[in-house]
Design a protein around this ligand. Structure first.
Ligand code: SF4
Ligand code: SF4
Ligand code: SF4
Length: 396
């Protein structure tokens, strides 16, 4: 079917194909969210990698410690750096497509956006004069948390992180460790029902980091001015409030590469993904490349043993630290560990723990998380005790 406007023949886009690409994208996002949520829930029960080890932003926070002495911040592992490698490759190819085609925190917001659209049938729009200055928020958050992490050597962002909080929704530590993160998560999801990607736009430090790298991406969305019918459907669907209909190329660093503008454009090939020398890819092609990159990169490092989906025991971690000539941090103690494990890994006599915490011989091998139900101490107190103990034996 074709239609004549401005003396140009417009071929309509294949609506069925567009809808199917849209559905495939959202289905992939849901699967990624489901897998990461399952790992988060399992981490409360068994020793799967924790949420911080599965977040690429940990690599930015840990970069200084890694370059300086080859160690990571507490709770971070090499997996964060491997995931960052994946994110950087995606960004080099497709700008912020990690945000639009992979990130589960973005998907959570999209789910609430869809629910909001169904219930309220209305979306709000923040005026550019307020919206654009507010977007600097994520750069400020990025700078503040990276500098604080580099200076203190601690994962400072953890209690404020809505994604880490989401992984601890079923944890007994939710309100003791993540109360601020919980508030940010709830506000983000509620606002998402009325306004798209509120956390991505204003607060996410990883989004801020990727927006700075976005100009280096090879592929970009181009609009054919000759065939565009100026329907503005692309502007309306854009979750990042980008005026696609007035740009020749989407170079806005806020573009998250979700490709929803392409999926909605009624004119065939009016919006396309291409490099400067016009090498084109379909939206499904981009999604496939992103997924293949993830599978190949994590697959290779899983096979070489560097990407650990299951955490080793504290004793194994202690041995690995010794091999690397770094000190095992008491921050690696988690709720699934026991007094026996901690005593062995840090070489602290069990009697020292017994004086500070009261427990029976049987309770030496019961995880702190379980002990917490009957005892008055938390895992954090065990960590603190180990820190103080190690400090006291180092002092002359
Ligand atoms: S901006 Fe942050 S939360 Fe949003 S999709 Fe990107 S990385 Fe995920
Ligand atoms: S411009 Fe298109 S690809 Fe970029 S965020 Fe908006 S809808 Fe998504
Ligand atoms: S959706 Fe956007 S690019 Fe496509 S025809 Fe309408 S205004 Fe032009």
């Amino acid at each position: 079917m074709s239609k004549k406007t401005k003396h140009i023949v417009h071929e309509y886009a294949d609506k069925k194909q567009q809808n199917s690409s849209r559905t495939i994208r959202f289905a992939v996002l849901l699967v990624i969210l489901a897998i990461s949520t399952t790992i988060g829930i399992l981490h409360q029960k068994i020793r799967t990698a924790n949420v911080d080890q599965l977040c690429p932003f940990g690599a930015v926070e840990s970069a200084y410690a890694w370059f300086r002495n080859g160690s990571f911040l507490p709770k971070i592992a090499l997996s964060s750096f491997i995931l960052m490698l994946f994110v950087l490759l995606v960004t080099l190819l497709f700008k912020r497509a990690f945000c639009g085609l992979f990130c589960p925190m973005g998907t959570l917001q999209e789910i609430f956006e869809k629910i909001g659209k169904l219930i309220f049938k209305k979306r709000y729009h923040v005026k550019d004069t307020l919206d654009r200055p507010l977007r600097w928020g994520k750069i400020i958050v990025l700078l503040v948390f990276v500098i604080m992490s580099w200076v203190t050597g601690q994962l400072v962002i953890r209690p404020y992180d809505p994604w880490a909080t989401f992984h601890h929704l079923t944890s007994a530590d939710l309100f003791s460790e993540f109360i601020i993160g919980f508030i940010i998560l709830i506000i983000t999801l509620l606002l998402s029902a009325f306004y798209s990607r509120v956390f991505c736009k204003y607060l996410c430090p990883l989004g801020g980091f990727l927006s700075l790298l976005s100009p280096f991406g090879f592929y970009r969305i181009s609009r054919d001015d000759k065939t565009c019918i100026n329907c503005k459907a692309c502007d309306k669907v854009c979750p990042m409030n980008i005026d696609v209909s007035v740009t020749q190329e989407v170079t806005d660093i806020e573009c998250i590469g979700c490709n929803e503008c392409i999926h909605i454009c009624p004119v065939k090939e009016c919006l396309v993904i291409q490099t400067k020398n016009k090498s084109r890819l379909t939206t499904n092609g981009v999604l496939t490349i992103v997924l293949v990159l993830f599978i190949v990169i994590t697959g290779i490092f899983t096979l070489t043993g560097q990407f650990k989906w299951i955490q080793g025991t504290l004793v194994q971690q202690s041995q690995e630290s010794q091999e690397k000539n770094v000190t095992l941090s008491p921050d690696n103690i988690t709720g699934q560990m026991t007094f026996q494990e901690v005593s062995e890994a840090f070489n602290i006599p069990m009697e020292a723990f017994k004086v500070a915490f009261s427990f029976s011989v049987e309770e030496e091998t019961i995880p702190f998380k379980t002990l917490k139900e009957t005892k008055e101490y938390e895992t954090e107190q065990v960590r603190e005790f180990v820190k103080q103990y190690l400090k006291s034996i180092q002092e002359p």
